[in-house]
Design a protein around this ligand. Structure first.
Ligand code: 3HC
Length: 293
């Protein structure tokens, strides 16, 4: 089976990044969101990120324009998926929203289409069960920023067929990504490690083991992480982090996955990280400055 047309559901941080790399790889893309302003914002980000490549001489403005032209912004779900060979979903991590969306998409997408979720934690098997094609359902977990990060974590649900895995491996390679294949389990492979690691850094800060800045400096320089864990928490979004922590805790029933109370307090305050202008750092000035705890 050859994939030519890809529908990306969601034009947010992950959705626009996925649409960008798909169009750059030559696929015909429809990017769908529920309001025009979300689509506009998605296109703006894609143009800005392609502009980095133009500035550095890696592509011409004409090439960047041609990539954008391969993406059609769409509001209507039926129109987005009716001729798709592959649907990649990157809508908010709300279980019922994902289940309802997949049920609807299953009725609208062609029979041969593969359905892939970019969920960071929700069960692939549970979403697949909403469709009449669980063997064609799979997890395709991208990382932020999508155009830069090399990995696609491919997740097999209980019923995912070998053929579906093969096609998705091939598509991911065409996107210039490396792949790992994991069997479904809460947090898959990457977030199972990343989320407890970030949480441990938050516990350490909460217990005054180190300041926010020093904790970041220690891990950045001591472990060669590109960002310290608290900077990374702000980058991922504290709401997303809390959501995944609670999900891991609920699924495993193991206290090692519990979320730090400081994280919960900050989410309740609306300090969601970089996107909110405030998280462990305040982003209102020239340089991010650590907040007072
Ligand atoms: N889109 C496109 N390109 C981007 C970009 C973006 N949003 N952000 C940065 N870049 C490019 C830059 O143009 C630059 O390209 P070049 O090397 O070819 O010149 C390159 O990336 C490096 O960028 P910068 O020099 O501006 O900055 P840094 O060297 O500090 O790198 C970073 C920025 C790539 C974001 C780096 O800090 C990093 O890798 N951070 C960790 C990111 C990470 O861990 N992501 C995973 C989060 S977890 C997740 O997504 C899973 C979810 O389920 C929670």
């Amino acid at each position: 089976m050859e994939i030519k047309r890809i529908a990306v559901l969601g034009a947010g941080q992950m959705g626009n990044g996925i649409a960008h790399v798909c169009a750059q790889a030559g696929f015909e893309v429809k990017m769908r969101d529920i309001e025009q302003r979300f689509l506009d914002r998605g296109f703006e980000t894609i143009k800005k990120n392609l502009g980095r490549g133009v500035k550095k001489g890696r592509m011409t403005q004409e090439e960047a324009d041609a990539i954008v032209a391969r993406i059609e912004g769409v509001l209507d779900l039926k129109r987005a998926v009716e001729d798709a060979d592959l649907v990649i979903e990157a809508i908010p991590e709300i279980v019922q929203l994902k289940l309802d969306t997949w049920k609807e998409v299953d009725g609208l997408a062609p029979e041969h289409a593969i359905l892939a979720s970019n969920t960071s934690s929700i069960s692939i098997t549970q979403m697949a069960a909403m469709t009449k094609r669980p063997e064609k359902f799979i997890g395709m977990h991208f990382f932020n920023p999508v155009p830069v990060m090399k990995l696609v974590e491919i997740i097999r649900g209980a019923a995912t067929s070998d053929e579906t895995v093969r096609v998705i491996e091939d598509v991911s390679h065409r996107l210039g990504k490396e792949t790992v294949i994991v069997n479904e389990a809460p947090g898959f492979a990457v977030n199972r490690l990343l989320v407890p690691a970030i949480n441990e850094a938050i516990f350490a800060v909460q217990e005054h083991v180190a300041t926010i800045e020093d904790m970041d400096k220690a891990i950045k320089l001591g472990l060669n992480w590109p960002m310290g864990p608290l900077t990374l928490a702000d980058f991922v979004g504290l709401d997303t982090l809390l959501y995944i922590s609670d999900y891991l805790f609920d699924e495993f029933k193991d206290p090692k996955y519990r979320a730090p109370s400081l994280l919960r307090k900050m989410v309740r305050a609306g300090w969601l990280g970089r996107k909110a202008g405030r998280g462990f750092y305040d982003y209102s000035g020239e340089q991010p400055t650590p907040i007072k705890l």
